[in-house]
Design a binder for this molecule. Structure first.
Ligand code: MSP
Length: 525
């Protein structure tokens, strides 16, 4: 029986910039989750794409002396290339300039406008906006939220410049949705907004003064026209957030995709854009009579060698550079292993090399290489047969069989990718300890039958590891499974446990190291 469908989204990227490591990070977490769910028997849908409207993009296009459409076509392509570079398994790549999205946004607006708020007032009304706007954040700020810059001028809480904006605008009656939002968040620990510290932030924001939200602009034109009032374009966040339902098939609520995938199971976002996803978006959806997402998870930010990553500091980490330098799966592993998911983290060459050499090359790589080489040399390159199992053999196999359950709860429930890798590596170390303790190399002459059993049990441990680590390192794990002679159709999680055990006498290819050591001068200090 199929398990429930699973819909996970990554924020769609502003096309005013080139992709950097922060962009790769959000989508990588979604990719691992989507791959995990598919291997675990779910029909998973993973969405990414580009956010192409708004003042920020319009300004970037003007600075590049290009018409906006031509500009966004090119920059969007760079993000599409990122999905290939990083081996993301996204099922769709949405662009907010597509016709399907424009239609979906206008329909969502109409529905919000047609409905009344819980206080029995129109959800949308026309007025004049006078206030502070940050183009960089594409956000409005109350005077009380602003901070003082070094020159005494006003800045957004993020440090971005703000400008005074005064123009006719449609407003969304956000304040009327307070109680419905609080009900939606539920009790502490409900898992609607995660981690818990972020939930607390969101709840106290909503419990505070919740101003009505300006949702249209008239002073520039790069956006989706408001239905029945072409002088206005939609606020870029209302436009952007709607991508999540467009890709599910909205406004066709009867479509198979919409019925299967909406409401989304998880919107994964960086901490900077939590408010948009956990406050504005569910309020818009509820106002339109649609179901809000089941969960929003906010992760932390990366710095580079302890410095904020920014173009002006010249320390942007380009995904293509680090993938070329360290290897794709090494980068994928590092990003999710180095930092507890949810916290901020620091990228450093030293930390990267440390993890590649100790955890990938020494721990996991050597385990596989050692066992497979012994099978190759001492068992005529065929999977050996296990005879009677000792206590140590059974203990290792039992631990292998229990691993999937532990990894599942860390990935699918807690989104604690680092903890999932900790679990996997605790078992790598156990398997290494087993091989060291059983000394199969010494058994070759004294007890070849026992040697065969030890190598079979060790290979079985490696099979479990390679299957479970696939979502993190798809290419390397595929190589390892090839070397163990595991057929392509026996690599999902239903094949874990004794039923999918390696078949004795299977001919194995010559082993090749999967995780080489990284050697350079900087690593020697
Ligand atoms: N376009 C909006 C999202 C709209 S979603 C309906 C946007 N785009 S963005 O390109 O600026 O950022 C996309 C994602 O990258 C965000 O989740 C953001 O938190 C993440 N990151 C950008 N820089 C980052 C780091 N230095 N570290 C980690 N993630 C960061 O926001």
């Amino acid at each position: 029986m199929r398990k429930p469908a699973y819909y996970v989204t990554t924020p769609i990227y502003y096309v005013n910039d080139s992709p950097h490591i922060g962009h790769a990070y959000t989508s990588l977490a979604c990719d691992v989750l989507a791959r995990f769910m598919r291997l675990d028997g779910h029909d998973a849908f993973f969405l990414t794409g580009t956010d192409e409207h708004g003042q920020k993009v319009e300004k970037s296009a003007a600075a590049a002396a290009r018409p906006p459409k031509e500009f966004v076509d090119e920059v969007s392509g760079r993000f599409r290339d990122l999905t290939e570079l990083m081996n993301f398994s996204n099922d769709d790549f949405i662009r907010t300039t597509e016709a399907r999205h424009i239609r979906s946004c206008q329909e969502l607006w109409r529905r919000i406008a047609a409905n009344q708020s819980p206080q029995g007032r129109d959800n949308i009304y026309l007025d004049t906006y006078g206030g502070w706007y940050s183009v960089r954040d594409e956000a409005f700020y109350a005077d009380s939220e602003l901070i003082k810059g070094a020159d005494g001028g006003k800045l957004a809480p993020s440090g971005a410049p703000v400008e005074w904006v005064e123009e006719p605008s449609y407003f969304f009656r956000l304040g009327d949705w307070r109680q419905r939002l609080l009900d939606y968040y539920g009790a502490p620990g409900s898992g609607t907004v995660m981690p818990e510290s972020r939930r607390n932030e969101v709840v106290s924001f909503v419990e505070g003064e919740l101003f009505d939200l300006s949702i249209s602009r008239t002073s520039f034109s790069w956006g989706i026209p408001v239905p029945d009032d072409e002088a206005h374009i939609m606020y870029v966040w209302l436009d952007a957030l709607t991508n999540y339902i467009t890709a599910a098939g909205f406004p066709d609520e009867e479509s198979e995709t919409y019925k299967t995938f909406w409401p989304a199971d998880l919107h994964m976002v960086g901490k900077d854009i939590l408010r948009f996803h956990a406050v504005y978006w569910p309020a818009f959806l509820m106002a339109a009579g649609l179901a809000p997402p089941k969960r929003v998870f906010a992760h932390g930010w990366w710095t580079n060698e302890s410095e904020k990553i920014s173009k002006s500091l010249g320390n942007v980490i380009e995904p293509a550079d680090i993938v070329e330098r360290y290897g794709l799966d090494q980068v994928r592993y590092f990003l999710l292993r180095e930092v507890p998911f949810g916290n901020d983290g620091d990228f450093s060459h030293r930390a990267m090399v440390g993890r590649i050499n100790s955890e990938l090359a020494n721990d996991f790589g050597n385990l596989a290489q050692r066992v497979l080489s012994m099978i190759n040399k001492n068992c005529a390159a065929k999977m050996p047969q296990a005879a009677e199992l000792s206590e140590a053999d059974s203990a290792l196999l039992d631990a292998a069989h229990g691993l999937a359950g532990r990894v599942r709860s860390e990935i699918a429930e807690n989104h604690a990718f680092h903890e999932a890798l900790n679990e996997i590596w605790a078992f790598v170390r156990m398997a290494n300890g087993y091989v060291a303790g059983q000394e199969p190399w010494a058994l070759k002459k004294t007890d070849p039958e026992r040697m065969a059993t030890v190598l079979n049990v060790a290979a079985e441990a490696i099979r479990h590891l390679a299957i479970l680590a696939q979502p993190f390192m798809p290419e390397s794990c595929a190589k390892m499974l090839d070397q163990l002679g595991v057929p392509d159709d026996a690599r999902d999680f239903s094949c874990l446990g004794p039923d999918g055990a390696l078949k004795p006498a299977t001919k194995l290819p010559p082993p090749e190291p999967v995780f080489p050591r990284f050697v350079d001068d900087a690593a020697e200090d």
